[in-house]
Write a protein that binds this ligand. Structure first.
Ligand code: HEM
Length: 440
């Protein structure tokens, strides 16, 4: 196994250096070192300025306990982004999209949409995806095998991690296969527009993507209304029928379209990054990989690891640790709607607050040896899926995708190794890789 780059080769900074790093921190102006490894900066902030006031007056939180305070109090800490997004997006498709998504709304609109989506993402709907998911993953692994045997380079993102969520959510909404190709690009452009700083080109790409996505979905919804699918398995049919079942719960056409776009986006880059981050981590931490492989049942005929069964407890716990250690969604946002308190600080109404999930998940007050990847960590109450009324609706689906993808990949290619240095996505909110070259 290669160990071509180590997790964090830098020595811990002393207190004075940490204070300097914390003081200089500005989310609107980040260095390339930060993108490569934000954790020493997060550590400095947590120790020296855990409630950091940013130049724009917003607060940046890095302590686990402070994030919990905010997540628990949805009345004081609003998710409604209309005020914040107006200057950023103006009257644009991106503004319409983000302000109609459930994640950027408060009750009652949030609860109405959430009830419908959660009702559609049932255990039964998710279980129904399992066999197709296994077939998809095995097909991708076959293609990787062929590619590698022909001597072609393998990219664990393009050839594997990014190909999974788009198909899974495509199946969930029963989007016809030939129409799935643009979904990934649309999703990357729309979520990319949530970054703290945007170029005109990124803004344009995001707006164009919303328009194209909406046009596509409008005709898909019209077709599905005319010819409904099976509501037990087709989430789109269920959302459309949910509208009819109870007029008080009805989604408007705009809400329906934008929340479908949101489901597609929310489950896409985050899950790709979970799988990609996990494969890189298992290359960097060879003992964790060996432990995991040893936990898979051994086939007595071939003497190799069998596919992990659905009861592979260590794989479950490893996935929680990958989520904690390299959280694919690193930041969340709220706005105070009344004077309130975070820790010892009185915070005025109208203050934007950034929740740094990546930092809270490395908080030593909550996690023993937080910078150590420990696939047996117990308890592991990480915040990678958020917490409270907005906690991720797709968490069971994400866990299932990761389990099938990682379990089958590791069994098939137990000795894979990363070639060179993987290329980072270069985003602060969504942490992952654009490309990971590997030999299998
Ligand atoms: C590793 C994968 C994933 C991660 C790390 C993740 C993370 C998150 C986080 C942190 C939130 C909370 C946002 C907030 O509090 O402001 C969230 C919300 C949400 N996620 Fe995920 N997510 C993942 C996968 C998925 C998938 C697969 C789906 C759907 C198919 C999904 C659908 C949603 C939805 C609908 C919400 C909004 C919930 C609400 O506002 O009530 N996510 N996710």
């Amino acid at each position: 196994m290669s160990n071509s780059f180590v997790p964090d080769p830098r020595p811990k900074l002393d207190r004075a250096a940490q204070a300097k790093l914390a003081e200089a921190f500005n989310l609107a102006n980040l260095s390339s070192e930060f993108y490569a490894n934000p954790y020493s900066t997060y550590d400095a902030l947590r120790r020296c300025e855990p409630i950091k006031q940013m130049p724009d007056g917003s607060l940046f939180l890095t302590r686990y306990a402070d994030l919990q305070t905010v997540y628990r109090d949805a009345l004081s800490f609003s998710s409604d982004k209309r005020r914040e997004f107006k200057p950023k997006y103006g009257d644009s498709p991106l503004f319409e999209h983000h302000t109609n998504s459930l994640v950027f709304n408060d009750p009652p609109l949030h609860s109405r949409v959430r009830t419908l989506i959660a009702g559609a993402l049932t255990g039964r709907a998710i279980n129904a995806l399992q066999d197709g998911l296994i077939r998809l993953v095995d097909h991708l692994l076959d293609q990787i095998d062929v590619k590698a045997k022909r001597g072609n380079p393998v990219d664990l993102i393009a050839d594997f991690a990014s190909a999974i969520p788009v198909e899974v959510i495509g199946n969930l909404l029963a989007i016809p296969h030939p129409q799935r190709e643009p979904l990934r690009e649309w999703s990357l452009a729309i979520l990319g527009a949530l970054e703290p700083r945007l170029t005109d080109q990124q803004l344009k790409r995001g707006n164009d993507a919303v328009l194209e996505f909406k046009t596509y979905l409008t005709q898909l919804v019209a077709q599905r209304r005319a010819s409904p699918g099976d509501p037990a398995q087709d989430v789109l049919t269920r959302l459309i029928q949910g509208e009819r079942a109870d007029s008080a719960a009805q989604l408007s056409e705009t809400e329906l379209l934008h929340n479908c776009i949101f489901i597609l986006n929310a489950g896409h880059e985050t899950t790709t990054n979970l799988i990609g981050n996990a494969l890189v981590l298992l290359d960097q931490w060879p003992r964790a990989r060996a432990d995991l492989l040893a936990s898979f049942e051994i086939d007595s005929v071939t003497n190799s690891a069998k596919h992990p069964s659905s009861s592979s407890i260590l794989l479950d716990s490893a996935i929680e640790e990958f989520l904690r250690f390299e959280s694919s969604n690193q930041l969340g946002n709220r706005l105070t709607v009344c004077d309130t308190r975070i820790g010892d600080l009185i915070v005025k109404a109208g203050t934007p607050v950034t929740l740094c999930i990546g930092a809270a998940n490395r908080d030593p007050a909550q996690f023993v040896n937080p910078d150590q990847l420990d696939i047996r960590r117990m308890p592991n109450r990480h915040l990678a899926f958020g917490f409270g009324i907005h906690q991720c609706v797709g968490l069971s689906l994400a866990r299932l995708e990761a389990k099938i993808a990682l379990g089958r990949f590791l069994t098939r290619f137990p000795n894979y190794s990363i070639v060179g240095v993987p290329q980072r996505g270069g985003r602060v909110r969504f942490r992952g890789f654009l490309s990971i070259s590997a030999s299998v």
